[in-house]
Design a binder for this molecule. Structure first.
Ligand code: FES
Length: 264
């Protein structure tokens, strides 16, 4: 449901050297599906007048709270930099929830969540949700190193495949080789990642499934400028698909991976 509401920043913390987590509270939080986004109002004239898109997930420990994780690299944007530098107790106005989030089919029993360092808290939240629904869940993360680990806690029922480029935690080596055997096992796959990551994921799925059918995998496209209007009015967030141009903010930002085209 779309609402405009004030939230209080309960806590801002740097949970790892390269990741911020904001805890936002309100009397009543709207229902949020991982992958949906909110537009945060930025009260800094130097950051321009546009709101900024953030991807909250419900806080497991408190139904009146949302967690927003932000990679340190995103803080170079003046608006995001303003947001993470607010003290606890600051009021922030959010508009949301916007767009379409991930949808795990009720019939799917073996769930594979995949992510890189861009929005890893979203597959973690999806994995926890699927585990609560008694699904078999594997979370596969490909990160540069342990300093980019998501802060969101993981349900112990979730099996974790962690591959890091520097070997500082988990396995070191070829992520895609380790992921490949899990593709035929999964009934449904949800993923977040950069465009090259998503393209590589689609390639590995195509090579490991007899048929890559619609509905098998969903991907979050988060490199489109969702914050220009966020509602489908301006047309500035086009996503090329097999069914023509779609809008990331209104038709996504979660899309069927089989339908997105990556200029390949
Ligand atoms: S941001 Fe305006 S149409 Fe998507």
């Amino acid at each position: 449901m779309l609402t405009q509401q004030n939230y209080t920043i309960a806590q801002t913390e740097m949970t790892a050297p390269a990741r911020w987590q904001l805890t936002l509270t309100a009397d009543t939080c709207p229902t949020v599906v991982p992958g949906q986004f909110f537009l945060a109002q930025i009260d800094d004239p130097l950051a321009g007048y546009l709101r900024r898109a953030v991807f909250p997930v419900p806080a497991a420990e408190d139904p009146s709270a949302l967690h927003v994780e932000i990679p340190a690299a995103a803080v170079t944007d003046p608006g995001i930099g303003w947001l993470v530098s607010r003290r606890a107790g600051t009021t922030v106005n959010l508009l949301g929830a916007l767009g379409n989030g991930f949808t795990i089919p009720p019939s799917a029993q073996n769930i594979l969540l995949v992510g890189d360092a861009t929005q890893p808290h979203l597959p973690v939240a999806l994995a926890n949700d699927a585990a609560r629904r008694k699904k078999n869940v594997v979370l596969a993360l490909h990160l540069p190193g342990k300093r980019r680990l998501p802060a969101h806690p993981l349900d112990p029922a979730v099996e974790l495949l962690l591959v890091t480029e520097d070997g500082s935690i988990g396995h070191q080596g070829n992520f895609w080789q380790r992921l490949a055997p899990l593709i035929p096992w999964a009934d449904w796959l949800g993923a977040t990642g950069t465009r090259p990551f998503s393209r590589a994921l689609r390639g590995i799925i195509s090579r490991n499934l007899l048929t890559f059918v619609d509905g098998y995998a969903q991907i979050l496209v988060d490199d489109a400028p969702l914050h220009i209007c966020g509602t489908g009015a301006c047309g500035y967030c086009p996503v090329p698909t097999a069914h023509g141009i779609k809008l990331a903010c209104a038709d996504g930002p979660v899309f069927d991976l089989a339908e997105v085209t990556f200029d390949d």
